[in-house]
Design a protein around this ligand. Structure first.
Ligand SMILES: NC(=O)c1ccc[n+]([C@@H]2O[C@H](COP(=O)([O-])OP(=O)(O)OC[C@H]3O[C@@H](n4cnc5c(N)ncnc54)[C@H](OP(=O)(O)O)[C@@H]3O)[C@@H](O)[C@H]2O)c1
Length: 292
């Protein structure tokens, strides 16, 4: 989805973040268990105990990798020492959008509407986690949000199940459950649902993920901005935030940090940025959210 940015409101002021660029090494066995060592990262996620002595980077598949948020996720993953498989609709566009000449970046065609079998081929048996940052392209197809934001995400989860990929992150949206929150007449809720029931499509996909048994983190940002971060990240329980905005850089940061923090497992987090919010570590932010 291109922009609904103007629909969420929040006062912000100038803010800058420093990014750490630790070296990450992984010791991987063939069945997706790995040990992550990330120097200078506050908390390392460790899944599986077996160390087989093969030093290999953890590889993350990003669906929607040429999108405004997707490309930032790719950049930040590479900066944090991950390898990335970028799933894109248009490989030529990806070659000009994504960082060139990086041996840790692989670009593959992946249309999430084409079904889980094709997606499993694209994800391959070497991806440790999948991040979904897709959003329907505006078109005359009224069903596009349903095809991409609901069925497309379901297809990705099914592909993960087929392949044995155990970790799934979704970039969703605040207000997906707006009706239940008493926000039925919130202009953003109305507008996005008039555009092909977009928020309802996303909510259905979220529910599918939560029932699937996969280890998920569902990230629901407020209105997205391409501007650099202004303010600190506020993270709340599901169905809490109904306004506010956040830089796509910060959304990408939350997605990457979720991979590094077990406190994010099986959680739905809502995020915006606020200038008056205190700066909190990701361990604290994710740790403050209850599993439902
Ligand atoms: N805009 C907002 O204010 C806002 C607020 C909250 C949440 N969100 C949600 O956050 C997510 C990211 O938003 P964004 O604005 O960064 O998205 P975006 O720039 O519109 O990027 C969406 C990506 O999805 C890709 N895509 C579209 N159809 C696809 C398909 N059938 N198969 C595979 N990929 C497909 C697009 O490919 P191309 O690059 O080839 O077009 C693009 O890379 C979306 O789910 C959006 O709904 C947005």
């Amino acid at each position: 989805m291109a922009t609904a940015t103007g629909l969420f409101f929040l006062k912000t002021s100038a803010f800058s973040i420093t990014s750490k660029r630790p070296s990450v090494s992984l010791f991987v066995n063939k069945v997706h268990s790995f040990r992550l060592r990330a120097a200078n990262i506050e908390e390392s996620e460790i899944e599986g105990e077996e160390e087989v002595g093969i030093s290999e980077k953890k590889k993350i598949f990003v669906a929607g990798a040429t999108g405004n948020t997707g490309k930032r996720i790719v950049e930040q993953l590479l900066a944090k020492g991950f390898a990335v498989k970028a799933g894109v609709l248009d490989v030529d566009k990806a070659k000009s959008t994504l960082p060139g000449q990086n041996p840790d970046l692989q670009i593959v065609k992946a249309d999430v509407t084409e079904g889980s079998v094709r997606l499993a081929d694209a994800i391959g048996n070497d991806s440790d986690a999948v991040i979904c940052a897709t959003g329907f392209r505006r078109s005359l197809d009224f069903l596009a949000p349903w095809k991409v934001d609901n069925f497309g995400t379901v297809n990705l989860v099914e592909a993960c199940r087929t392949l044995g990929v155990k970790r799934f992150l979704l970039v969703s949206s605040i207000l997906v459950n707006g009706a239940a929150m008493g926000q039925l007449f919130n202009p953003a809720y109305v507008f996005l649902n008039v555009l092909g029931l977009t928020l309802i499509a996303k909510l259905q996909a979220e529910q599918y993920i939560r029932r699937s048994g996969i280890n998920y983190t569902i990230i629901r940002p407020g209105g997205l901005k391409n501007d650099p971060p202004q303010g600190n990240i506020v993270m709340e329980q599901e169905d809490t935030l109904y306004e506010g905005s956040i830089s796509r850089d910060q959304v990408a940061e939350v997605a990457v940090e979720a991979l590094l923090h077990p406190e994010s497992h099986y959680k739905v987090v809502e995020i915006v940025a606020r200038t008056d919010a205190p700066k909190r570590s990701f361990k604290e932010l994710f740790g403050s959210i209850k599993q439902q």
